[in-house]
Structure formats: C-alpha cells, structure tokens
Design a protein. Structure first.
Length: 844
C-alpha cells in the first residue's frame, strides 16, 4: 500500500542549488547521464534525493565516492553530518529510454528521444531533489549522432554530435526537457515589446512541415497577446516547440522547449477539423502562457497545482475568447466544465481545486484542478473588477517572480491589491463539491424579491460545507422582451439570502447566472414560455443559450422518464432558425441537443435512476421530431452554410460549418443520410468529411465511406485516430461494443500509443448507452484493455478509469457488472500505484 502525501507535511528543502550540470550520452537502450549539482545549505537536515529505475554507476560528494548503501529504494539519503555547507554532488547513472513505455522521464517516440518530467519524471533520469520548490539554472550537454539536439534555455554550442544548452532562469526539475532526433524546423521570429529578437521553431518529422504553419501562427499570436493583455514578455533568445507522437497528455510547458502531442501541432485543411485548429491555438497559447504562470512563478508543492494550471487555463480561455468569439468560447467552456468537472465533483473522485492529500499526483491533473481552478479565478475577477484584477496580477508578477508559491500567496496579492477580505472566498480552493443554488421568487406591487439558497452535498472526506461567496450575475427581462435591469452582480455570502428590486412595472423574467458567473448548478421553477422568452430576447449570450438548453433538457428528461415533451423546444427552434444566419455558431450551439451523459446526470440529480437505453431513444426521438418539424428550414440552412473557396480555419468559417453540420445531423435522421453521403464524397476539408462520416455511422450506412477513409489516410496516424474514435463513438449502442472489439483486433490498433488507445477505448467510453450496456459488455471490454495497458503505461490507464466514476448512479444490474469489472482490475497482480488509487477511490 502506498503512503498518502499530505499538504500539512510540506517542509522547506534544506539546500539550495547554485547550478545543475547534466551530460547525456544518448543511446536507445543505455543512455548515460552524468550530473553535477552545486548545493548550498540553507537549513539543518539530510540531503534527500529522488531516483527511480536508475542503474547507478557512481555517486560522490566533492569527488569523494559515496557508499551505494545510502540508496533506500527510490531515495538517496546522505546524512547531514557528512556534508559541508557547500558541496557538489555528482552521479553517473544509466537509463533505458527504449524500454520506457510509461512515457515518464526520457523515452523514445518514433525514434525521437524526448522527455516528460512533470510531475515526477525527472527522478527517472537521474538522482535529484525532484520537487517543484527546488529551482536551479541548468547547463546541459547532449552527445548523440541524432541531427537535432535540444534542451531548455539558450544554445551555447552546437557541433555535429554534441550540443550545449544553458538555461539562466532557475527552474524546478519538472520543467527540464531534452529532445534529440531527425527533425526539421518550421522557423519564424518574434521581436518582443522591449526589442528582444526571439528565434522561433516548430520542430516536426521530415514531411510534416506543411502541417506546422498554424501552430507557428498561433505561437506568434500568443506572444503578442500576453504582452498586450498581461504585459508579459518572453525572456530567452529561442523558443522551441517539438511535436511527438507518443505523449500521455496534450503538451508540456518545459522552459523554452515545449513538447507537444503531435495532434496539437499538426493541421491541414484535409487532415484537421475546425475543433482541432481551435484546440491547437488554445494549447499553444496555454503552454506559452505558462512561461510566466508556471515557470517564472511556479508551485511550492504539487498540492498547489491549480496555482499554475487554473490561472493558465483562465488565460488561455481569455486568449481564445479574444481571437475568436468570446460568447461561443464561454459556452463551450461551460459545456466542458459541466460534462467533466461537475461529474467529477458529484462522484467518488471529488476533490477541491487545492487538494490536501494524494497518493499519486499524476491522478490530480483533473478537470477540478484545471477547469474549476480557472472558474475560481473568473469569480475573483468578477468580484474585484477588471482594474482590481490587473493590479493584483501586476503585484503577483512583481512580488513572486522567481519563486515557488502557494494559493495563500495568490490570495494575498488580491487582498493587498484590492483591500478585499478573501477569507471566505478561499473556500472555493479548499472545499470540494458543486454548490446548488435554489431560487424562489416573489412578486408584489412592483417589487421582485429573489430568495437564494445555497447548499453543497458532502464529498469524500468533507461532510460539512459552509456557505461560499457566490457572485450571481443577473439581469431582468420585461414581458415584451426589453431588458429592464442590465447585468448586476449580487454577492451571496450566506446560506440563504434575499435581494429586492423595486419600482418595476410588470413582472420580469430573471436572466440568471449571466456569463455563468459561478460554477454552480441552478434549481428554479421557470415556465417553458419564460425560457422561450429568454432564448429569444436575453442580451447575455450564455443565458440565452442556457435557456434553450434547459428547454431541450427538460424535454429530453421527460421523454426518457416516460412522459411527453419537446413541443416548446421545437417551437423555439423555429424562431431560432429564422435568424440563424446572423450568428451561425450560436445557432449551432442551440441546435445541438444535450448529450446523453448530461441527460443522465440531470435525471440522477433529480433522484431517479437513469436508463441509458431510454435516454438514447429519447434523444433520437426528439432529434427526429425536430428534423421533421423543421425540414425545409434545416435544408435551406444546410445549403446556405456551405463555405465555398479555400478552407480557412477562422471562427467565422468554423461557425458556418458547425451550423451546417448541426443541420446535417438532424436531417440525416430523416433523409436516409443521403446528404451526409454526398457531403462525404464532395467535401475537401476534414471538418465536413468527419462530420458527414459520423452521420453515416450513426445511420448505419458507413461501409463504403469507412473503407474509403481508411484507405486514403492509412499513412496518417492522427487521421486514423479519428477513424478509430468515431466508429465506437457514433455506432448505434447495440452495435458499438462489437465494433470496438473488431477494431481492437486490427494490426493497426497500436494500443501502446496513448492517442490510439484513447481513440478507441475512450471513443466507446463516450458512447453513453454503449459503455453502460445492460449486459456489462462495455465495462468488460474497457477493463480488459485497462488491464492490458496498466503494466505498460500506468498514467494513461489511471486517467481512463474515470469513465467509471458515475457507476453508482445506474441500476443494480449495471452496478453489479461495473463492480465486477472494477474488481477484476483491482485484483490485477502488480497493479500500478496510479490505477490502484483510482480504483480504490471509485469503489469506496
Ligand atoms: N503541465 C501540462 C500538462 C501535463 C501535465 C502532466 C503531465 O504528465 C503527468 C504532462 C503534461 C499542461 O498543463 O499543459
Ligand atoms: Zn497547464
């Protein structure tokens, strides 16, 4: 059993590092790493270093060899008594990059040497204080016959067979990176606001250059944006981005040398969708923005992860909002938060944005730390205003540059910059769970009284939930559709609190939680006609969309639980379609019905047991009814939203294509997927081709298209990932598991590649009715593959366990199947610490 780490146990490291020198002699099976670390004592204590899976060849202090018996498992402890106040620790170790299938530390991806050190990967490279509060300048020498040799910082020397890099900015080991391989650069440059010329490179495999241009453009936009929006300038002579095919996550912000999953770099009209382009821009921005929020100012310990991640997600969301449509971006972000974070917060894996304990830190790169962490910052900004936010951020950068910080430091800069007491606000960081906001309204003689209550259900280890500060942005819409109160932020601090609005002529409709001003769920009684009024007239785009979404959700829940529903929604859609062309992206959002997972969550929240098959049937039925009721308008829009001319991945074109595909999705239910078949053959961009293919699969008319697609893109891994993903995802639930099994048996199901594994196993997991098949086949298939992957790649296995986090909300038969499947996984001999922690928490 692994030990739990506690926030309360953090102690300062007793040494600081003046410099870290590393020398690598790269070889696939036996890489030699020599290190020299210049330590200086700061406090009393032993020298404790971390190391895992190293073949240690020598250890020394100031050249005097150390007794190998000082190695205790994954720690090397050198007693304080044996150490002067300043000394150099040196080590030589051997590691096996080719055998490193876990993709943590130094590994090989398609012949390219690369690293992943966050959170605790550096200990797989050499002995080191592998903790984020120990920062040092790095001097790195790489010897290898690979043509391109990269590390962090600035190049010092570069000759065939050897390169030397120096990174002057003190950094923790998790930001170390090394890349060596046969790579080509797409180069450009950027001159910062103070005139520093920075050489930029996006490194890809030969032949992929023509798909790296968008990543480079996104990088330049990110660098400009951070100067303008936050006054943050880049601080080295070079900035390198490398794309690799085997990567556990999206990308990594290593100082001056970002390493990316190739799917977040490579894009062309023929191979990437509008969604892919938007993600590339957002993640390139995210990693770049980490240079200040994460690298220059890092985390004191891993409990503080949301200090860098919540803030950097918040910044990348702002960036995308500025580059594209802010309203559409906000709605997308709310959808993701609800789908992933609310679900996490409501189940056995719930934890606060700043957890106070963990077993395996890699299991805490979660929607709560990232996306809820960002929402919490959005609330702070709403509470202190734009000016206050800017002052606080300026103070944060001034005060903490070069430091490893905590959430307390972060909150204090807001207090100091704005004079506001944030003691109660801090609960958003320390308390898990999504508050539920209940609104009761009273109307009398021109006065509207809003009576709010907040309550949060207990979460694992946190039975009591004191009230939080909730910024509730509202507006009031008169019965004729006019706004009678513009956006006003109510600050709720009590468990129950009332707000009065006097002097109103007629009873208005409350436009609630405008802009999604707090990450809460809402319970209110509102008539369908009032929702329709908001959908038609609300001035806040999020609230408008939400009104339509709630109408749809109510209809779907009614249908899935045996009643009628959908007339009001269908009527409202009629109005929406009439002026859809004015804002196609928004119309597309409104036309896309809530997903089956969300319907299940809503039913469970109302205290009932969701039936996945009934939910699927309800959604199909409503889609069909809408298509039938509005066929002429949908058909007209489908034609009108064609985007002639060369493909451009901008927000405008993407908006038109998203409306076109929303119409196609509905029409395919009633035209035998004829339009989808035609579009699949005619489309020249991947957005429309994939969209059409998904419709064909859902309609069961996919054989020819899949064959053609598979042949055309057999040589393109990223596109074939789509091919593997859309089949289990879109297939009718009764066919999806069999389909997934057949795909898994193919020789090109390269399951050790995380993208391919996630495409197929995750594709099925996202098909709600198939994953939760009543006979347990979805659970069994998934667990069979998790058991196979765990010994090879524990991190990706553990992350994918979260598909099971909702298992207790289903009926007894499904629960029994899920418990049995998870039990098999738990019993796997040698189960990794990562997966063991996840299964234990899910079954608790
Ligand atoms: N810090 C990166 C994401 C990342 C996190 C963990 C990893 O390995 C466990 C890898 C990447 C980011 O936020 O983009
Ligand atoms: Zn990040």
């Amino acid at each position: 059993m692994t030990a739990t780490q506690y926030l309360a146990d953090w102690r300062p490291y007793p040494f600081e590092i003046a410099q870290t020198r590393l020398e690598f002699d790269l070889a696939a099976r036996a890489t030699r790493v020599r290190s020299q670390i210049a330590f200086r004592r700061r406090d009393a204590g032993d020298l404790v270093l971390d190391g895992a899976g190293l073949r240690t060849l020598s250890l020394a202090i100031d050249g005097r060899p150390l007794d190998p018996a000082l190695v205790q498992g994954e720690r090397l402890v050198i007693p304080a008594a044996d150490l002067p106040d300043a000394f150099t620790f040196s080590a030589e170790v051997e590691i096996d990059p080719q055998g490193n299938t876990a993709l943590e530390g130094l590994y090989l991806s398609g012949g390219i040497f690369c690293t992943q050190c966050e959170a605790e990967g550096f200990r797989h490279i050499t002995w080191y204080p592998d903790r984020p509060d120990v920062m040092a300048p790095f001097h790195v020498t790489i010897r290898s016959d690979q043509p391109v040799l990269l590390s962090n910082g600035n190049p010092v020397a570069n000759a065939p067979g050897q390169a030397v890099w120096h990174d002057p900015w003190p950094k923790p080991a998790y930001l170390f990176a090394l890349v060596a391989g046969d790579l080509v650069a797409v180069p450009d440059s950027f001159t910062t606001m103070s005139g520093r010329k920075v050489a930029l490179n996006v490194w890809v495999r030969p032949g992929d250059q023509d798909r790296a241009g968008y990543a480079m453009e996104s990088l330049i936009r990110s660098m400009k944006w951070d100067e303008k929006a936050y006054g943050r300038e880049y601080d080295l002579d070079v900035f390198n981005i490398v794309a690799v095919d085997d990567f556990n996550m999206g990308a990594m912000e290593n100082k001056g040398l970002n390493i990316f999953n190739s799917k977040l770099v490579l894009a062309s009209a023929e191979t990437a969708t509008d969604g892919d382009y938007e993600r590339i821009e957002g993640v390139i921005g995210h990693e770049y923005f980490h240079n200040w929020t994460g690298n220059r100012i890092t985390c004191r310990d891993w409990f503080q992860l949301c200090l860098k991640e919540g803030l950097t997600v918040f910044r990348d969301q702002q960036f995308t909002g500025d580059m594209r449509s802010a309203a559409v971006k906000r709605i997308h972000d709310v959808q993701t938060l609800r789908a992933r974070q609310f679900r996490e917060d409501a189940g056995p894996l719930a934890h606060p944005p700043r957890p106070d304990r963990y077993q395996e830190i890699n299991n805490f790169y979660t929607a709560t730390v990232y996306e809820k962490g960002a929402e919490v910052i959005g609330m702070l900004k709403r509470l202190v205003g734009d000016e206050g936010y800017r002052r606080a951020l300026d103070l944060y950068f001034d005060r903490h540059d070069g430091q490893a910080c905590t959430i307390e430091d972060w909150i204090k800069v807001f207090q100091d910059a704005t004079g506001r007491d944030l003691a109660q606000f801090k609960r958003w960081y320390t308390d898990a769970g999504t508050p539920r906001l209940t609104l009761a309204e009273d109307w009398q003689d021109g006065t509207l009284t809003l009576d709010f209550r907040q309550d949060t259900a207990p979460t694992p280890g946190q039975p009591d939930k004191p009230p939080r500060v909730i910024p509730i942005a509202i507006g009031l819409i008169g019965p004729n559709g006019d706004e009678v109160l513009p956006t006003t932020v109510l600050e709720m601090t009590e468990a129950r609190q009332g707000f009065r609005f006097d002097g109103l002529g007629a009873r208005p409709v409350v436009s609630l939680l405008r802009g999604f001003s707090a990450p809460v769920t809402v319970a209110r009684k509102i008539a369908a006609q009032e929702q329709a009024l908001l959908l038609a007239h609300d001035t806040d785009a999020y609230a408008r969309w939400q009104a339509g979404h709630d109408l749809a959700l109510d209809a779907l829940v009614a249908r899935a639980t045996g009643t009628e529903g959908g007339a009001e929604f269908s009527h409202a859609i009629g109005g929406l379609l009439d002026d859809a062309e004015a804002d196609p992206a928004f119309a597309a959002l409104c036309l896309s019905l809530p997903g089956e997972e969300e319907i299940a969550t809503t039913i469970a929240t109302r205290g009932e047991i969701p039936d996945p098959d009934a939910i699927h049937a309800a959604r199909e039925g409503l889609a069909c009814d809408i298509a039938q009721a509005h066929e002429p308008a949908l058909a007209r829009l489908y034609e009108a939203m064609a985007t002639p001319g060369p493909y451009r991945p901008d927000a405008q074109g993407a908006g038109r294509r998203s409306l076109r595909l929303a119409c196609l999705g509905l029409l395919s239910r009633i035209d035998g997927a004829a339009r989808a078949g035609a579009l699949f053959s005619a489309a020249s961009n991947m957005t429309e081709r994939q969209g059409a293919l998904e419709c064909l699969i859902a309609a069961g008319r996919d054989a020819d298209a899949l064959e053609a697609f598979g042949q055309e893109f057999a040589g393109n891994r990223l596109v074939m990932d789509k091919w593997f993903m859309v089949q289990p995802l879109r297939a009718a639930p009764e066919r999806a598991v069999a389909r997934a099994r057949a795909l898994a048996a193919r020789p090109d199901f390269d399951w050790k590649n995380p993208n391919r594994f996630r495409a197929l196993i995750g594709g099925l997991g996202a098909n709600h009715a198939a994953f939760h098949a009543a006979d347990g086949s979805g659970y069994d298939f998934t667990v069979d593959w998790l058991m196979r992957l765990d010994p090879v790649n524990p991190q990706t296995t553990a992350r994918m366990c979260s598909g099971f986090e909702t298992w207790t909300r289903y009926d007894a038969t499904r629960q029994a199947h899920a418990r049995a499947a998870l039990g098999r996984l738990a019993a796997l001999p040698g189960l990794s610490r990562n997966t063991a922690e996840m299964v234990t928490r899910i079954l608790a």
